[in-house]
Design a binder for this molecule. Structure first.
Ligand code: ADP
Ligand code: MG
Ligand code: ZN
Length: 309
């Protein structure tokens, strides 16, 4: 095997162009690249070690046409640390901006396809603040509050919540409180009863309805958090079963979180979701997978409105 040939010293200009055509203002002066119309900025000193830091300029056809907006980066230890932190912060800032942009796009999509996120006027005041906490409901309250406070973490893990229990115990109140808190932070949330959710999709069957069934279905699949209130209250049909299965299964598979509230226990719920005479195995398995990725909150006590408080 012969030796790898050592390249001849390249001409200065060729070397600069290999270097993306960048030279420091010092090199540019030495090599006569500086056009007197486009003078380089004065060099600066590293604030850590005092080394002179030149601005770099882009050489095209033998003269610098543009100077960078910041001087070259010093390579001293402190400067390297500083720039590492700086770059990381810039990256985080960019990621946060991108996230905010995506959220705004999703919120616009929800608005366009199904109108406001679904919380009816009557529910707009169901917040954590006006949920009266007592010994019976404290755990439920705390799980819900923590879910809202730490939503990004739970969402990243695809974790949801499953509120089951008797009528009037505050399941809807807590689910809506989560939705309102997240929506205040611009996080895209749809919060609807299963009846309204299915009706929204049905409306698209009207030929003159603006958006297609597919688009509306997709927004339920994509939204950052879907809250289905009162699952099992709808009238089960072959279509409702297939539609709910499609949405819930898709969200499960893509690890998007879902919150469910229901008055039914497992067996009764699966029976409620399945029309008479249809096989309920798939839905049963899906519901148990969903519960498996959720914190299950059982709220079975006296109806709040009956005055037991
Ligand atoms: N701990 C509570 N503090 C304040 N209001 C409550 C509380 N629990 C329930 N409520 C109110 O009682 C009513 C019934 O609660 P809701 O959340 O609709 O019950 P569920 O969905 O469990 O049937 C709602 O008006 C709700 O705001
Ligand atoms: Mg309810
Ligand atoms: Zn330095």
């Amino acid at each position: 095997m012969g030796k790898i040939p050592v390249p001849q010293a390249a001409s200065k200009q060729a070397r600069d162009l290999e270097n993306n055509g960048l030279v420091t203002s010092k090199e540019a002066v030495e090599r006569g690249y500086v056009s007197d119309k486009i003078l380089p900025p004065e060099p600066e000193k590293c604030k850590f070690c005092g080394q002179t830091l030149y601005y770099e300029g882009l050489v095209i056809n033998g003269s610098v046409l543009i100077w960078m907006t910041q001087p070259e980066r010093c390579r001293c230890k402190k400067a390297v640390e500083y720039w590492k932190k700086y770059d990381k912060e810039q990256e985080e800032k960019k990621a946060a901006e991108e996230k905010a942009k995506k959220q705004a796009e999703m919120n616009a999509r929800i608005q366009r396809l199904i109108g406001k996120s679904g919380i009816k006027k009557r529910f707009m005041n169901r917040t954590f603040d006006n949920f009266i906490v007592n010994e019976t409901n404290r755990e439920a309250f705390e799980i819900a509050k923590r879910y809202a406070d730490e939503f990004p973490k739970f969402a990243a893990e695809g974790k949801g919540l499953y509120f089951e229990g008797t009528f009037g115990t505050g399941k809807t109140h807590l689910a809506v409180a989560i939705a309102l808190q997240l929506m205040n932070c611009n996080i895209p949330v749809i919060c609807k009863t299963s009846i309204d959710l299915l009706n929204d999709i049905k409306r698209t069957f009207d030929s003159d309805y603006g958006s297609s069934e597919h688009q509306v279905l997709q927004v339920y699949k994509d939204v950052d958090l879907l809250i289905i209130d009162d699952l099992g209250k709808e009238m089960a049909t072959e279509w409702s079963l297939a539609t709910l299965y499609d949405i819930l299964n898709d969200r499960y598979e893509t690890m998007r979180p879902t919150i469910i509230t229901t008055n039914y226990n497992d067996e009764a719920l699966v029976a409620r979701l399945t029309p008479r005479g249809f096989d309920n195995t798939n839905m049963g398995a899906l519901m148990s997978r969903l519960k498996g990725t959720s914190a299950v909150v059982t709220m079975a006590w006296e109806d709040y409105r009956s005055g037991g408080y």
